[in-house]
Design a protein around this ligand. Structure first.
Ligand code: AMP
Ligand code: MG
Length: 478
């Protein structure tokens, strides 16, 4: 039983379109997230795998589900596209978690919609496996993210450069409202609908500001806060989203759309993985600037709602956006300093962080393993002048805090993961799944539930890729 609510369809009709998922030949369940289902009050214990496969490929629409595709626009690599939308996804409806929080349940890859443009509305199995593994790993690393409820293979091929097995992914999100949803309305001059959407977002994501004055500015500020936290967390783990277009930036501050994303291995601030990101727009080190740029796009949609005087509205919104980098600086400290065993931040800490990153970059070192090694035997690090400079700053900080070294090490080990979904391993899981073996995906999903804890028999997953295993480019999730 899934008890759906459908509050999104109470919004203006321009924002969605009713759809029916495609029929598929032979749906098979590859993964089902029982714990998440139970958190969401979804009780399906009377269903076997066959029934679940039918349900999570859209062959059976549960009672009370809405089945709609959502409209949005977006800036893609800086260029505005006024009409995007769920071209291969359908929202079944919303459910309430055990904590009373509302979540969307969405099928991805379930067929063409009103917004499919030239696309087939389908998904190949590769992106389904990638999103399942990486989004769940992000959750267990503590990063705000959408989640994976189910993965199903359809038994049909989809046609990309070559025929590939098709799949449907079931995504759970706090909502699917994006910066691009606002841009969609703004491009059409739908100011009343923008106001309704702001109210809806506040009710759903930021109820604590519902009764405040200057609500539009407050709303922008709340979005800035949650997005800043998310990006700070990404950077602290070496995560590169890969395609931070405004249509992939969630208003709720959850990591959304795992297309050409990757965790960095050998560290470089300019690293990109997306094969289409030729200019490094979405590189590791540029993610915060882009988050700010995306927020400015949201701010520009809000101008008509601030008041009569457009110039004054722009100034107010600009001031709000300009405070973003300060918010971010503080979030970055909060996320970074525990990785060095530091309990309270001081104004010297960004030197510690930057020197360390300089060292990793200059020695081409693995980001995750190097951080984890900070709590161990430091003699394994090559002693270069950069290392010495970092070490001096760092030990000075460690010796001037109240906590002892054991406490510092414990903090480091709870902030620096041992296991991340390494690119080459995700790729291995995808290749195995494409040939019908889903055991690698299952194993990774289990392992990555405890990323900070040593687990025997999983040595392989700790290792940085060998030269010939390195994945240098990932592709969009189509
Ligand atoms: P993404 O790169 O996944 O963020 O997708 C960008 C846009 O392309 C969204 O509007 C998607 O719905 C749409 N899209 C991606 N793949 C397909 C597909 N196979 N069929 C239809 N639309 C698609
Ligand atoms: Mg997208």
């Amino acid at each position: 039983m899934i008890k759906f609510e459908n509050t999104y369809t109470d919004l203006p009709e321009i924002l969605y379109s009713s759809e029916v998922p495609d029929t598929v030949q032979n749906p098979q369940l590859l993964a089902f997230n029982k714990e998440l289902a139970s958190d969401l009050g979804i009780s399906l214990s009377d269903l076997d795998d066959k029934d679940l496969a039918k349900l999570f490929s859209g062959q059976v629409i549960p009672d009370g589900a809405s089945s709609v595709a959502l409209a949005y626009a977006g800036h893609q690599f800086g260029h505005f596209v006024p009409q995007l939308g769920d071209g291969r996804a359908m929202l079944l409806g919303e459910v309430k978690s055990s904590q009373g929080k509302q979540y969307d349940v969405q099928l991805k890859g379930s067929g063409r919609t009103n917004y499919s443009r030239g696309g087939d509305g389908k998904s190949s199995l590769g992106p389904v496996v990638r999103e399942y593994i990486v989004s769940e790993a992000m959750h267990f690393l503590g990063v705000p993210t959408t989640r994976a409820l189910a993965a199903v293979s359809t038994g049909e091929n989809v046609y990309r450069e070559q025929p590939l097995p098709g799949g449907v992914f079931t995504r759970v999100a706090s909502s699917h409202i994006r910066v691009g949803t606002f841009e969609f309305l703004a491009a059409r001059g739908e100011n009343d609908s923008i106001r309704l959407l702001v109210e809806y977002c506040i009710q759903r994501h930021f109820p604590h500001i519902a009764n405040e004055e200057d609500i539009i500015l407050k709303f922008l500020h709340e979005v800035a806060k949650v997005q800043s936290k998310m990006v700070a967390h990404w950077l602290s783990l070496g995560f590169i989203h890969g395609v931070m277009n405004t249509d992939n930036m969630s208003i709720s501050g959850e990591t959304l759309d795992f297309g050409p994303c990757a965790f960095i291995d050998n560290f470089s601030r300019g690293r990109v993985f997306s094969s289409i990101d030729k200019n490094g727009r979405y590189s590791y080190g540029n993610q915060i600037n882009i988050a700010k740029w995306n927020l400015s796009r949201l701010a520009s949609c809000l101008i008509p709602l601030i008041g009569e005087d457009e110039k004054e509205a722009i100034t107010l919104l600009e001031n709000s956006i300009n405070s973003y980098l300060d918010i971010y600086e503080s979030d970055r400290q909060t996320k970074m300093i525990p990785k060095f065993g530091l309990f309270e931040s001081t104004d010297k800490d960004s030197d510690v962080v930057e020197k360390w990153l300089d060292y990793l970059e200059s020695e081409d070192l693995d980001f995750t393993n190097s951080f984890r090694a900070l709590s161990g035997d430091l003699s394994n690090f090559k002693k270069t002048p950069l290392f010495d400079q970092f070490h001096e700053l760092w030990t000075d900080r460690l010796s001037n805090q109240a906590q002892d070294l054991d406490e510092a090490r414990a903090l480091m080990n709870s902030s620096n993961p041992i296991y991340i979904p390494r690119n080459h391993q995700v790729e291995r899981a995808i290749q195995a799944s494409l040939s019908g073996d889903h055991s690698v995906m299952t194993q990774m999903n289990e392992l990555l539930k405890r990323p900070f804890i040593e687990q025997t028999d999983f040595e392989e997953y700790k290792k940085a890729p060998l030269e010939n295993e390195r994945v240098t480019a990932t592709f969009c999730g189509t």
